[in-house]
Design a protein around this ligand. Structure first.
Ligand code: 5GP
Ligand code: SF4
Ligand code: MG
Length: 466
């Protein structure tokens, strides 16, 4: 998901809408905005579909007055996957004795089922199936006298990954979990402030990048007092999601001081060194494989070309809810550039192999178009474990790499060769010259390594085995 918030600007809702539009790649299922205005109080709108189709209309923006607002773009990783109800769409709102508060959450709470059970037993009335709603109910039960203090109380009970943007009538609040699994950045716009999942959302509103919210940090921002910083949690070693660098974030964002585009290009360079091949053409699987393909071509000296063309009007395949639509999705979204690939030995570069559906279809399409050979080069290590921290990987049984070796996957996909970047190669590409520090890894890489930095306790209870 993507989160965004702004304080101290006229017409906050239009800024939030723009910020969410820039974060649309983080969730395309639904979006919501809440604002506060002295005359009208809290206003909210929650809609299915793209931001641009719902929040660019003057009447919708006019229904969200105020100088403070937050928003959320949703991609379901918990709750009612694939059959989202509008009440699952964030931001969530709660009325407390000291006033109202709204919250938007990116990540996934790994003890949400246990918390929900406990809260329901004690009288909480849940509205949604979302893990994030726990935060509101935990806040309601807190005895603290201010909303930021109640949020601290609530979030200390929550396990897993969270980047939260929240607001009260007078404050904008941002929090990252102690490991800082999901991103969150602070920006300055005129006399106001903005919080966003990624820097690309600051760029779109012309806000300057100030800094990242640090892992385990809470910032409370008000027009009078500016940015106040708190440390509500036990200190921990950060474990930022390495997959944000590989795929999830936009290439024009800056993560941890590094250009995402440059990191991805560097992954391609590493891949070319680790897994060279004799070929005539390097093609990306667009768009997610493009920077890595550029790096691979540059390092190998093999010409780069657009052998696959993407229809710009489709969403990301993996967000489609059913297997059947996913299967069709590849063909709806991607087509082979026949004239270019005919009779060539082609290196195809993609960011990841999850179920293998995409790769299989693409291989077929490219061979049908007359390519002589197809070599897959993948910009991440084999995805062998599900993510429980806010990225929607399927259950373990559906992950190709969970049950097959590299050679078996190569045979299953029917390609001439298949190679993945090593975990150390990936760490080098994100700037860790020595590779992965196995004693205390610098990133979360659980989907590749099975090393989960936070025990996924709900899943373990359901029988998931580490
Ligand atoms: P597959 O067809 O192997 O299941 O999916 C691989 C494609 O889905 C890749 O091209 C990749 O861009 C995209 N993808 C990237 N990240 C994810 C993810 O977290 N989950 C899923 N299901 N697909 C992803
Ligand atoms: Fe990111 Fe993978 Fe960790 Fe999930 S498991 S937070 S996708 S590195
Ligand atoms: Mg892709």
């Amino acid at each position: 998901c993507g989160v965004f918030g702004v304080i101290g600007v006229a017409d906050a809702a239009s800024f939030v809408a723009l910020g969410l539009h820039a974060l649309q790649h983080r969730g395309q299922e639904a979006a919501g905005i809440i604002t506060w205005d002295a005359e009208r109080g809290f206003s909210s709108a929650h809609r299915f579909g793209y931001v641009r189709d719902n929040f660019t209309r003057a009447d919708v923006i006019a229904s969200l007055p105020g100088q403070i607002g937050i928003g959320h773009v949703r991609y379901s990783t918990s709750g009612s996957k694939g059959h989202t109800q509008i009440r699952d769409v964030q931001p969530f709102f709660g009325e407390f004795s000291m006033g109202g508060a709204a919250i938007a959450h990116n990540g996934n709470i790994t003890n949400a089922a246990a918390l929900r059970r406990e809260l329901i037993e004690r009288g909480s009335i849940f509205q949604s199936s979302s893990d994030s709603e726990c935060i509101i109910h935990l806040m309601a039960r807190s005895l603290q006298r201010t909303i930021p203090e109640r949020m601290k109380d609530a979030l200390r009970r929550v396990e897993g990954a969270f980047s939260v943007v929240a607001m009260t009538r007078t404050k904008l609040i941002g929090v990252r979990d102690p490991l800082g699994v999901r991103p969150l950045v602070l920006g300055r716009i005129g006399e106001g402030w903005a919080l966003a999942s990624e820097t690309c959302a600051l760029d779109i509103i012309g806000a300057g990048f100030v800094r990242e919210i640090e892992p385990g940090e809470m910032v409370v921002i008000s027009e009078g007092e500016g940015v106040q910083s708190f440390r509500p949690f036990e200190p921990a070693r950060p474990r930022f999601c390495i997959f944000e660098h590989v795929y999830f974030s936009r290439p024009d964002s800056i993560l941890g001081g590094r250009s995402v585009y440059e990191t991805r290009r560097q992954i391609g360079v590493e891949l070319a060194r680790e897994a060279p091949v004799e070929a005539d053409l390097v093609c990306p699987v667009p768009d997610s494989g493009t920077p890595a393909a550029i790096g691979y071509a540059h390092e190998s000296g093999i010409p780069y070309g657009m052998g696959i063309i993407r229809n710009q009007y489709m969403g990301r395949t993996f967000i489609e809810p059913t297997e059947q639509i996913r299967n069709m999705g590849v063909r709806l979204k991607l087509n082979v550039n026949r004239a270019l690939v005919k009779d060539k030995r082609v290196v195809l570069v993609d960011d990841s192999v999850v179920r293998g559906t995409t790769s299989r279809k693409i291989k077929e399409m490219i061979l049908d178009a007359g390519a002589a050979e197809v070599h897959f080069r993948i910009a991440s290590p084999p995805t062998a474990w599900p993510c429980f921290y806010g990225v929607d990987t399927p259950e373990r049984e559906k992950l190709l790499a969970a049950s097959m070796s590299e050679e078996e996957m190569c045979r299953y996909l029917g390609v001439d060769s298949l190679r993945f970047i090593s975990l150390d190669g990936l760490y080098r590409a994100v700037g860790e010259a020595e590779g992965r520090n196995n004693a205390c890894p610098q990133y979360c890489d659980a989907c590749f390594s099975g090393d989960y930095p936070v025990a996924p306790s709900d899943m373990i209870e359901k029988g998931f085995r580490l």
